[in-house]
Design a protein around this ligand. Structure first.
Ligand code: ATP
Ligand code: ZN
Length: 213
């Protein structure tokens, strides 16, 4: 029996549609109903696993999936032993610092002694260290943008694309911590047969993305 490459993609959310679209453009056809966890491809020896994006780096590190599609932000935050194979040119966004609109911003140093709410504690810790800032990180898993309004934090670090969520929560973006886009990640050491399948897949991804640009 020929081996199949196991590809993990987001089950639902901002990466899902484009991940499916890219794989289909690469000639991997599969059906993805809303409650499916797994799908086999008809036209390529691959199996698609539908997972929470935040769990994908762990699954890839553990080798439960051979490759996965995640945001660079999640890849950096999770600090797993996995390799970045290819940037995919979608789900572009940035992780930014935002503060209440009416507050004056005095540069990164003005965050000294402040509370910062975020879902990305590792990335924020690293940024603060680089900038030589001592601040309190409050990790929250969702709705980070409401933290300043309810007195939980003086600033937030969160994903921004257009800025409209910040605006509607009375916040303004003052600093970019990192830029992000969807990336293909893989297990550090792959089975040689799977490696060949991955090379085929990368070749197709490159062809698809070159045709777009
Ligand atoms: P959950 O896991 O709870 O569903 P999440 O924030 O992790 O929520 P999404 O909102 O689906 O999941 O975001 C998935 C990824 O898509 C993010 O990690 C980021 O890389 C990217 N992303 C998030 N928001 C945007 C956006 N507004 N524009 C473009 N890309 C985004
Ligand atoms: Zn997520």
């Amino acid at each position: 029996m020929t081996k199949k490459i196991r590809i993990a993609i987001q089950k639902s959310g901002r990466l899902q549609e484009q991940s499916v679209k890219l794989l289909k453009e690469c000639g991997l056809s599969f059906s993805n109903g809303p409650n499916r966890l797994k799908a086999s491809c008809y036209s390529f020896p691959a199996e698609i696993l539908f997972l929470r994006d935040d769990d994908i780096p762990q699954y890839v590190e553990d080798g439960v999936a051979d490759v996965g599609i995640v945001g660079e932000n999640v890849y950096i935050e999770k600090q797993k032993e996995i390799s970045v194979i290819e940037k995919l040119d979608f789900s572009k966004c940035r992780l930014s610092i935002a503060i209440p609109r009416e507050k004056e911003y005095g540069g990164p140093q003005s965050l000294n002694g402040k509370k910062i709410a975020t879902s990305y504690p590792n990335i924020v810790r690293q940024y603060l260290k680089e900038q030589n800032i001592e601040a309190d990180i409050h990790e929250i898993s969702g709705s980070v943008e409401i933290a300043p309004g309810i007195g939980l934090a003086e600033a937030i670090v969160d994903i921004v694309s257009t800025g409209s969520t910040l605006l509607s929560n009375g916040l303004k973006e003052v600093e970019t911590v990192m830029k992000s886009e969807a990336i293909l990640v893989s297990t550090k050491t792959l089975d040689p047969e799977i490696q060949l399948l991955l090379e085929k897949l990368i070749f197709r991804i490159k062809a698809v993305n070159t045709a777009k640009n």
